[in-house]
Design a protein around this ligand. Structure first.
Ligand code: ARG
Ligand code: GLU
Length: 734
């Protein structure tokens, strides 16, 4: 009898295992899956075997080591959102054109238009200084889970847990940097099931060395963005400077090029389908382990509205940019960043639906729940987990949507004059306080003066006005009535509910839509001026959005976010028990990671197979003087005509981009793409349209990262720009 029972139980367990295996296979589409953004210090343990079987010839220590110079010493975080890599011993680094874009733009004007014409420093004296740019190298990382969780117990409330953890983190960081010039941080992994310490070295003197014209560096523009086949020469060059002791130093003309312990050799050999590739960089954020409710929220309430709003904003910009080159320069960078997520969201919606991610997640959760219910202990620990998720997501989805919309107003891509007015608040508070602190006021005024200058350098009033109008209309249409900021009742009472009339009044009357009036406002020190601020329509608008954001929406959103995070902490640990045989990779969190895989084409839609590489021929085919994104520079056409390709030519053309199945995301832009011998073969810059939902679920059939072939980079520097001297400091290998 007992044996009988046991047998049945065993059988059940076996069936369950088979079902799980099947499900996992469905989710990961078979064993060729190479998804994952792996932790450098753990390659030895989890990945090196597979990497080597795919064609990697080096060791885990060659990638990351603290005992000797390793590849990681040549990889850097560029600014705060991209990756770059060293390609010479004299601090020369390469990243994407779109990563250097705002810097290049900041040095550009109609007379000195580096966006249009490109820029090449012919000597170190020509290199351009960038006061706000920094690059960060990882010195070491370490699992500090035990230190961070010391004193934490399962009965603690979320808040108590947080307090203990934060204290431990502070202590760990302080200890790590003591007596050094390094900085450090501790980051949670797997929703706080694990913690790592990162010790960094930050350089602040980073100068622009070279950039191709946008007609190369941004060729295809937003038309081709997120798409394959691609022909974008998306690179720019910078140089890191250090003090005489080779340590970070603020900008000084006496600084010298940074001497790095290693840099990447540059391969002239190119890639073939099936070759091993590895991407080493700083992926920003992914959500691989979210529950189905999260997907439902994105598909139903978040993405569609954001796409619609941004479409309207982009239309407002495009109309004016097309007819005026000066406006085009001013709005180039703002337009590109708005358009980028706008297009990705659209791709994600398609990809999530096509892969049926919602259903796959629901099935997985069903299996997970059955597994929980098989054991009393698990039922006690996690019996309510999935139901709790569902509950919290109902409310969370509303707050997430409203919050995202509000950020479209008060964030960078919002109504610029309103934002400027809003930033006068601090000054107003200073004036209104009992005791005037002249020193603080002077400082704050200097800050505002600078902000005014920066904003109006790239400002076009008609665009701002149109954006104000469409944003206000859209917000009202899409956000539940209870969440409308007070400006709408102001519009109701004073303007008969007509948004148009309010906006016209705003742009006639506000002091913040014009540089002179904004400055004279700043210079008017009377208390009356601050009263004027309160009555300025720009300020009324901004303040009402800001208030509802900070007072109502964001606080509640954070409470719900914390709640969901604490459920995720349990869910993640549960999943690891549920699939003990699987190695889970952590979500991206802007820390250094390794993705690896192979060069590979893909089937885009039924009947269309995409090859793994593109060439100069495709650029010439796309050439069209009537389409801004497809205007090929004359010089490039001449080189093509004369087939003047030098050593970069292959089969009568020049390779331009290639794709592979490395798992990457935003932040991986500019990352080195490395072959089996550890040489640089490309620069990562994008992903292909059909697979961009890989932030939520990777599809091995269609998720592809897009890289610039390094031979095209060399060709452009050497043959196109005539800056071949830069190649002299690189290590070119065959
Ligand atoms: N899609 C790439 C990334 O996410 C490139 C973006 C810049 N290019 C552009 N056309 N907006 O950053
Ligand atoms: N272009 C992206 C970036 O700036 C990389 C593309 C992606 O999201 O994978 O990081």
């Amino acid at each position: 009898m007992i044996t009988q029972l046991l047998l049945t139980e065993n059988k059940q367990a076996m069936f369950r295992k088979i079902k799980i295996l099947l499900l996992i296979t469905i989710i990961s589409h078979g064993l060729t899956a190479r998804d994952g953004m792996w932790i450098p210090v753990l390659l030895e343990k989890y990945n090196i075997g597979e990497m080597q079987s795919l064609g990697f010839k080096l060791s885990a220590q060659d990638v990351y080591s603290i005992n000797k110079a390793s590849m990681k010493d040549a990889v850097l975080m560029f600014g705060s959102g991209c990756t770059g890599e060293l390609i010479s011993g004299k601090g020369l680094l390469v990243t994407n054109h779109h990563c250097g874009y705002s810097v290049i733009q900041s040095h550009s004007s109609i007379n000195n238009d580096y966006l249009t014409n490109g820029f090449w420093a012919m000597s170190s004296a020509d290199e351009l200084v960038n006061p706000t740019l920094k690059v960060t190298f990882l010195k070491r990382m370490e699992d500090v889970t035990l230190q961070v969780l010391a004193g934490v117990n399962p009965n603690m409330s979320v808040a108590e847990r947080k307090t203990v953890i934060n204290k431990n983190i502070k202590h760990t960081v302080e200890k790590a940097v003591q007596g050094t010039h390094y900085s450090a941080s501790v980051e949670p992994f797997y929703y706080g099931n694990q913690y790592f310490l990162f010790v960094n070295e930050v350089f602040n003197d980073v100068r622009l060395v070279g950039a191709p014209p946008s007609a190369i560096g941004k060729f295809g523009g937003d038309t081709d963005n997120w798409m394959w086949p691609r022909h974008t020469g998306d690179f720019s060059l910078f140089r890191i400077y250090a003090g005489k002791d080779n340590k970070p130093a603020p900008y000084s003309p006496d600084n010298v090029p940074y001497k790095s312990p290693v840099h990447f050799p540059v391969s002239l050999k190119g890639v073939q389908e099936g070759d091993f590739t590895m991407v080493f960089g700083y992926p920003g954020s992914t959500n691989q382990y979210v529950v189905s409710h999260h997907i439902k929220m994105l598909l139903n309430s978040v993405y569609p509205g954001l796409v619609e709003l941004r479409t309207a904003k982009l239309n407002a910009m495009n109309a004016f940019m097309e007819s005026d080159p000066a406006v085009r320069i001013k709005y180039a960078s703002k337009n590109a960043s708005l358009a980028n997520s706008w297009k990705r969201w659209k791709g994600e919606i398609n990809g999530l639906n096509k892969l049926n991610v919602l259903k796959l997640k629901q099935q997985y959760e069903q299996e997970f729940l059955e597994w929980i219910n098989e054991s009393e202990e698990r039922k006690n620990q996690m019996g309510n987990l999935l139901a709790d998720f569902e509950n919290y997501y109902t409310e969370y989805a509303i707050y997430r949507k409203v919050r995202d919309y509000l950020l479209e107003f008060i964030g960078r891509a919002g109504v610029e004059s309103a934002r400027l007015a809003g930033s006068f608040e601090k000054l107003a508070v200073m004036y209104n306080s009992e005791k005037l602190n002249e020193e603080d006021i002077t400082k704050e005024k200097a800050r505002l003066k600078n902000e005014i200058k920066l904003m109006f350098k790239d400002y076009h009033k008609p665009i701002d006005m149109e954006i104000a109008k469409v944003s206000l209309e859209h917000f009202k249409r899409n956000v539940p009535g209870g969440f409308l900021p007070t400006v709408y009742s102001h519009i109701d009472t004073k303007f008969n509910g007509e948004i148009n009339r309010f906006v016209t009044h705003y742009f006639n009357k506000s002091a913040f839509t014009n540089e002179n009036s904004a400055n004279s406002f700043l210079n008017d020190t009377s208390a009356r001026a601050m009263e004027k601020l309160e009555n300025d329509p720009a300020y009324i608008l901004f303040n009402s959005f800001r208030n509802i954001y900070y007072e109502e929406i964001n606080p509640r959103f954070q409470v719900l976010q914390n709640k969901i995070d604490s459920l995720n902490l349990i869910y993640m640990a549960g999943r690891m028990q549920f699939e003990p045989q699987k190695v889970f990779y952590p979500d991206a969190n802007s820390t250094l990671r390794v993705s690896y895989g192979q060069v590979q084409g893909y089937e885009a839609t039924d009947g269309i197979y995409f090859k793994y590489f593109s060439t100069l021929e495709g650029i010439i085919e796309k050439d069209n003087p009537d389409i801004y994104d497809y205007r090929v520079p004359e010089k490039l056409k001449e080189l093509h005509k004369a087939k003047d390709y030098g050593r970069y030519g292959v089969n009568g053309t020049v390779p331009v981009c290639f794709i592979a199945n490395n798992h990457t995301t935003g932040g991986n832009s500019g990352s080195p793409v490395i072959n089996g011998r550890g040489e640089l073969i490309g620069i990562n810059f994008d992903r292909a349209w059909e697979g961009v939902m890989s932030d939520l679920m990777f599809n091995p059939e269609q998720s592809r990262n897009i890289s610039l072939d390094i031979r095209y980079v060399l060709f452009i520097i050497d043959k196109f720009a005539g800056a071949g001297y830069l190649l002299d400091e690189m290590t070119l290998v065959n």
